[in-house]
Design a protein around this ligand. Structure first.
Ligand SMILES: NC(=O)c1ccc[n+]([C@@H]2O[C@H](COP(=O)([O-])OP(=O)(O)OC[C@H]3O[C@@H](n4cnc5c(N)ncnc54)[C@H](OP(=O)(O)O)[C@@H]3O)[C@@H](O)[C@H]2O)c1
Length: 318
């Protein structure tokens, strides 16, 4: 199959491209940087240098590649981290999820693409009310912290636009919080330095996803699943109070500090307090059922203990 991967040189692209080429797919892979072209060629893809915010360039690149499937993996999150200024940290990613999605959808539609698979996110986006684990049928947060409003609006835009792109089949994959090779080194470093505290009761529920499982679900979505939105997470949503001490121990760190909410708010703002005390996790039942996908790392417990480098998963993924 001819596959066009927009945003192919990032953490997910580096796992996805080898899986695609190993299956014999013919992959066109984008980067903005000519310096990364060789790396893309090394894994068997045809590199193309294009900025996802340049509608004309995107249109030309997709038309030239004549793909059957387009995969949108464009985010701009490398090297930036500030929960206090969450929407600022996501500003370019938000443009890639709105304008970038629209340009790529228009290009794909003009080129007669059959299927369009786009990256979204699940976790802090869920409504912070009711039970601890949400499905795709539950609403997104109607009143997110002020500093997450723009980022949630961008996600809403992408999640509306992609499945509505008929006759193209639009699939949205809401990945959980990534960890694994290339995806969690900075986060693990903060945990090692005891700079990730449990705020208040640590009741916020997180859904993790090994980055290689994200790639496997994306490969499954090339052919499986009706247009719509899918949570792609592991089997074990867990509260911060549960996962953070375990992960700290697994990576050889001292036990995390515990701080009251008011100190957490000073350090990490309203978003930090929400992520540590209020957010909800996500169910992967729909993705398992309809994409025929299983996480190779079903629990973050084993994943953070053995899967941070390149260890093979216990179950081998699907
Ligand atoms: N679900 C999650 O938890 C989640 C999701 C995404 C990312 N992350 C995390 O965020 C961190 C950084 O992610 P990353 O390594 O994937 O880097 P990134 O900076 O988010 O880049 C991802 C991809 O998007 C492309 N891109 C960025 N801006 C673009 C633009 N204007 N036009 C076209 N393409 C553009 C990049 O291409 P270039 O080659 O041009 O740079 C790259 O291929 C990692 O730790 C990752 O785990 C987490």
């Amino acid at each position: 199959m001819k596959v066009f991967v927009a945003g192919a040189a990032g953490a997910i692209g580096q796992q996805l491209l080898p899986q695609l080429t190993a299956l014999g797919h013919q992959v066109t892979a984008t980067t903005r940087s000519p310096g990364k072209a060789a790396m893309l060629r090394e894994v068997g893809a045809e590199p193309v240098v294009v900025d996802g915010l340049d509608a004309v360039a995107v249109g030309e690149a997709v038309a030239r590649a004549e793909p059957e499937v387009v995969i949108h993996q464009m985010t701009s999150l490398a090297g930036v981290f500030s929960l206090r200024r969450f929407d600022n940290m996501f500003a370019l990613t938000n443009r890639l999820r709105t304008e970038g999605t629209d340009h790529l959808l228009a290009a794909a539609s003009a080129a007669g693409v059959r299927r369009f698979v786009a990256q979204s996110y699940t976790g802090w986006t869920n409504i912070r009310d009711g039970g601890p684990v949400k499905t795709e049928g539950d609403p997104l947060d109607p009143s997110p912290p002020a500093m997450q409003r723009e980022s949630l609006a961008a996600i809403r835009h992408l999640e509306r636009a992609v499945p509505a792109a008929a006759p193209m089949q639009g699939i949205v994959l809401r990945y959980g919080s990534f960890y694994g090779p290339g995806a969690s080194e900075a986060f693990v470093d903060l945990i090692r330095k005891r700079r990730v505290p449990i705020i208040s009761d640590g009741a916020g529920v997180w859904s993790f996803l090994h980055i290689r499982d994200a790639a496997a679900a994306t490969v499954a979505a090339l052919e499986q699943g009706a247009p719509g939105v899918y949570n792609v997470v592991d089997d074990e949503p867990a509260s911060v109070a549960e996962w953070l001490p375990y992960v700290a121990q697994a990576v050889g760190a001292k036990a995390p500090r515990r701080v009251p909410a008011w100190i957490g708010r000073l350090a990490a703002g309203e978003v930090g307090v929400s992520m540590m005390t209020q957010i909800r996790g996500s169910s992967n039942a729909k993705a398992k059922r309809e994409l025929g996908w299983q996480p190779g790392w079903p629990s973050w417990r084993e994943g953070f203990s053995r899967g941070l480098a390149d260890a093979e998963p216990a179950l081998g993924g699907a």
